[in-house]
Design a protein around this ligand. Structure first.
Ligand SMILES: [Mg+2]
Length: 313
């Protein structure tokens, strides 16, 4: 499971904790409590807290209830309403125990309450418990999104990410490119060498393509069978074409023997479609066009890329 573990740890390797309180002194006390064990971030009001959540995706939030303008409850409500942030656990910090308040907080989706003045031992224990639960949940989520054979993202993850990238690129009016790739004559490869060799071929192709992808927000997924898909947010047609050609070339350089292809080695065909997403369109349409271009690459002799802008007509 070694390749899963890197997915749920933050880039710094430590869990990320976000402290939200409008009183500097409270923040300082808790910062001292946790700074040795975690990557600790601070927000002094509700708006800042939401900004930090989008920016940092913390693993846990300690959230003061009483704050001017936007209180902790409202912050929590907004977090839980956004699918991108809803899985971040929230522990409320309150100045006194009030059963009705706590019920309200749990109904909003909080996982725990801590009372001021914060007791360091109780607070640390509760924070650790919640972080362990978060890591387990993250791990399960990752596993359910990974293709068992190749270790890259599976179709489910791809579908989710396509929706997300589409929405984000639509909001920012930035280009989104989508690539569909298919191993040429793969059925014949399996027939010739058997399914275990076929599995090994899929693994090699997947890992070589993964290496060709440079940025952490680009996504390579196994779409099904011998078909792969790549999502490239903030990438225009020219940039995506460059990457696609590079991928095809790297697979050719692998020189996996395949006696039933014209060149005697395993090759890829690819369809690439690029657009600046518009609200009146659906991500599915971009996928369909990339798929049609892949079909065209197959029709025109395989081992090639067919690429086009998609403008929605
Ligand atoms: Mg306060």
């Amino acid at each position: 499971m070694s390749h899963y573990t890197q997915w749920y740890a933050s880039p710094g390797g430590q869990p990320r904790l976000l402290l939200v309180d409008d009183h500097q002194l409270n923040v300082r006390v808790m910062y001292e409590m946790f700074r040795h064990e975690f990557d600790v971030f601070i927000a002094l009001n509700g708006e800042q807290a939401l900004e930090k959540c989008y920016e940092l995706h913390p693993d846990l939030i300690l959230l003061d209830v009483v704050m001017p303008r936007m209180d902790g409850y409202e912050v929590c409500r907004r977090l839980k309403a956004d699918p991108e942030l809803a899985d971040i656990p929230v522990i409320f910090i309150t100045s006194h125990f009030d059963e009705a308040d706590e019920v309200h907080g749990f109904e909003l989706g909080a996982v725990d309450f801590i009372h001021k003045p914060v007791n360091p031992i109780i607070t640390k224990a509760r924070v650790k418990t919640q972080l362990q639960l978060k890591q387990q949940a993250d791990l399960l989520r990752r596993i359910s999104q990974v293709d068992g054979l190749t270790g890259i993202a599976n179709r489910r993850r791809f579908d989710q990410q396509l929706e997300l990238d589409w929405r984000n690129c639509c909001r920012a009016q930035e280009p989104l490119s989508l690539m569909m790739l298919d191993i040429d004559y793969f059925k014949q490869y399996n027939d010739e060498f058997g399914h275990l060799a076929g599995d090994e071929c899929l693994r090699q192709v997947a890992s070589t393509m993964q290496q060709a992808i440079g940025r952490p927000y680009d996504l390579l997924a196994r779409f099904g069978g011998e078909e792969f898909a790549v999502l490239l947010p903030r990438t225009d047609l020219t940039g995506a074409q460059y990457l696609a050609q590079n991928m095809l070339q790297k697979i050719t350089q692998l020189a996996i023997p395949h006696p039933l292809t014209p060149g005697g080695i395993v090759t890829l065909s690819a369809g690439l479609s690029s657009t600046v997403p518009q609200e009146q369109h659906q991500p599915r349409q971009l996928l369909q066009q990339a798929d049609q271009l892949l079909y065209k690459a197959k029709q025109q002799g395989r081992a090639q890329l067919q690429a086009s802008l998609w403008t929605g007509v």
